[in-house]
Ligand binder design. Structure first.
Ligand code: CA
Length: 227
């Protein structure tokens, strides 16, 4: 899952970015409203975290502009304490939810999970599953059958990406865009490396293989070979 973080206070931005990355999200941070619009246009985000008080163009204007363009990316607004008008205005501008600063990282992560579930029109369960594979987005636990599987943060993120759309072929770029931010995604084979790790942990010990290569295109989760 990839998030655009729009917050001009560098200390808060760094704190939030680190917390989100520790939770397995890829984060691009920008510091004004104009950059937010440019980045949102260039990249597909799973969620935009948008502060209201920003230089150049405030968060409300950014949100209205996004919605005006037909961009339905979930927007979670960050508002100052007790600024009731901000919250109302934020929702009026097309934001999906708001969070009052200062907030606990745990609360932010819960709100993000709620929004990204809603966006996919999926049932509100935090569990993603396919065949005998289960991934709990809340506890970050992965199981195949009754076996618990330990994954590194990026392995988890790649698997989550595949599990959100089982049977669909995802290109390396589609996977990478949801897992790495702009700064760290520069090697084209990085997705292959993580897929190889996932196969070693998820498929090698089992008869039924779930991760399949679609030659020249990408990867998909399926019970059947692709070729
Ligand atoms: Ca601000």
């Amino acid at each position: 899952m990839r998030i655009l973080l729009v917050e001009d206070e560098h200390k808060i931005s760094a704190y939030v970015k680190r917390g989100l990355e520790e939770a397995g999200y890829a984060v691009d941070a920008v510091f004004n409203g104009r950059d937010a619009l440019d980045w949102a246009e260039a990249t597909t985000y799973d969620l935009i975290l948008l502060d209201i008080l920003l230089p150049v163009m405030d968060g409300l204007a950014v949100c209205r502009e996004l919605r005006g363009r037909g961009d339905r990316t979930p927007v979670l607004m960050l508002t100052a304490r007790d600024a009731v008008d901000d919250r109302v205005n934020g929702l009026d501008a097309g934001a999906d939810d708001y969070l009052v600063k200062p907030f606990a990282m745990k609360e932010l992560l819960a709100r993000i999970r709620a929004q990204t579930r809603r966006a996919g029109d999926q049932p509100k369960s935090p569990i993603l599953s396919f065949a005998d594979l289960r991934l709990d987005t809340r506890t970050r636990e992965v199981r195949r059958g009754d076996q618990r599987i330990e994954l590194a943060a990026k392995e988890f993120a790649v698997l989550e990406c595949l599990l959100r759309e089982p049977e669909r072929v995802l290109t390396r770029t589609q996977i990478a865009e949801h897992v790495w931010n702009y700064d760290s995604f520069n090697q084209s084979n990085v997705v292959d490396v993580y897929i190889r790790n996932l196969r070693r942990k998820l498929d090698d010990p089992f008869e039924q293989k779930l991760i399949h290569t679609v030659r020249g295109v990408g990867y998909r989760l399926s019970l059947h070979e692709s070729d």
